[in-house]
Design a protein. Structure first.
Length: 435
């Protein structure tokens, strides 16, 4: 069962921090490096000083960016800059947003503590592969601070929408205690939901739910690993301890407010690669349509349209043209298929892109992480290719929620960076300190 409980969150003291937008950030893994300085300079209590501390030449195993993060965190609590809430609550979190060219939508969810469960128990499911390097850094940070600094973003299925209805009724006449905007003009609103009877009903409704991690696989797996370390250090206990739980944002995947954007790839060209030979190899598996750079809008419209009819991808190499690639025959994937994963996995757009284009035709391996940059922004992908000169952009359509559910239900994981759930949750709105 998915065991959730309310908690007393650690929040910025609004008497001391008048403008919350000065101290919050996007999640650590979507902040561009060129923006780090901006957040550092915005406010000396900005959460980036904790989640993305700086490295210095004199750092050692005993004193480094992780120990400094813990010092900042504990000092801010001591000084009252951060303070613990007075009563256990679920933190209701709405995001009003608009995708480029679309209508305004509202994604609704709530932040709670959820009992950490090993994946093999079939309660919490990952949906994509993770990077080991990221988990190592997170372990150092979490072990130093003894806190969940950002909520894990997860999905559950409830077509009846009972949980949202209970919460909406409870906050209907209350103003949010947080109302801020991010750099994408998304409005973030938060309420406390503390009604004991309502929380018990929500806990009961969640008890038979499967939870799919949307964003935060690294954080969840790090929390599991730290839980196991602390269990060994502290010995057996009669019941769950604080480190047996992790902070999680939960949203109903059946709600219309959920949006998934595609994650495009900017790939550094292998030194031995020649575009004319690459284009020739593409023709063996894909039909290719050429669009002039002035037809960029039409190109992306066509990519989306063709994606509804079959498997379609886009290519831009900086040669003044966009190329629309449509898979000639699904049997192309027979060259790569094995029995390690279900047939549905091999039919995913991201799998075809990774196996056929990136690994086979470009010759890059899974270990070549540094050669690939990921973005959901089409314009950014084009700009990086134009500025870089030695890279190309690969575009794809977004992963469908039904495909994600299917892959997870079959016990498989999607390839890395298969999804981009938009908008992102802000870091710094609420923190869970478990020791």
């Amino acid at each position: 069962m998915a065991g959730i409980i309310p908690f007393k969150g650690i929040l910025y003291n609004r008497e001391m921090i008048k403008n919350l937008e000065d101290v919050i950030t996007p999640p650590y893994d979507v902040i561009p490096k060129e923006d780090y300085k901006k957040y550092y300079q915005k406010h000396h209590n900005n959460i980036i000083h904790i989640i993305l501390g700086k490295d210095y030449p004199h750092d050692s195993n005993k004193y480094n960016k992780f120990t400094r993060a813990a010092e900042h965190f504990n000092q801010w609590i001591k000084e009252g800059i951060l303070e613990r809430d007075g009563r256990p609550s679920l933190y209701v979190y709405h995001q009003k947003y608009r995708i480029k060219g679309g209508k305004e939508k509202t994604r609704k969810g709530f932040i709670a503590l959820i009992k950490l469960e090993d994946y093999k128990k079939g309660i919490v499911f990952p949906h994509e592969e993770t990077f080991s390097k990221t988990k190592k850094s997170l372990m150092f940070l979490k072990k130093a601070c003894r806190a969940n600094l950002s909520p894990i973003f997860s999905l559950y299925s409830e077509p009846e929408n009972k949980i949202n209805n209970i919460i909406e009724e409870g906050i209907a006449k209350k103003p949010p205690f947080i109302n801020v905007f991010d750099n994408n003009s998304t409005e973030h609103l938060m309420w406390r939901y503390s009604d004991p009877a309502g929380i018990e009903t929500i806990k009961e409704l969640m008890s038979d739910k499967k939870v799919i991690i949307a964003d935060g696989h690294h954080r969840y797996e790090t929390a599991l690993a730290l839980r196991n370390i602390l269990r060994r250090e502290k010995g057996a206990a009669d019941g769950p301890r604080p480190h047996d739980y992790v902070m999680m944002y939960l949203t109903n995947m059946d709600d219309k407010g959920l949006s998934i954007l595609p994650t495009h790839r900017i790939v550094t060209k292998p030194k031995t690669m020649e575009m004319r030979f690459f284009m020739k190899s593409l023709k063996s598996s894909f039909n290719i349509e050429t669009f002039d750079c002035n037809e960029k809008k039409e190109f992306f419209k066509s990519l989306k349209k063709r994606g509804k009819e079959g498997k379609a991808f886009g290519l831009f190499s900086g040669d003044q043209n966009f190329y629309l690639l449509t898979l000639k025959d699904q049997t192309v994937m027979e060259n790569y298929r094995d029995n390690s994963r279900p047939a549905e996995w091999w039919n995913l757009d991201v799998t075809i892109l990774q196996k056929a284009l990136i690994e086979d035709m470009l010759g890059l391996k899974k270990s070549d992480e540094e050669s690939i940059f990921y973005t959901h922004d089409e314009d950014e992908a084009v700009r990086r290719v134009e500025e870089g000169g030695d890279s190309l952009a690969l575009f794809l359509n977004q992963t469908k929620i039904k495909d994600l559910q299917k892959i997870v239900s079959l016990g498989a994981k999607m390839p890395q960076k298969s999804t981009f759930f938009f908008p992102k949750l802000l870091t710094g709105l609420v923190i869970n300190k478990f020791e």
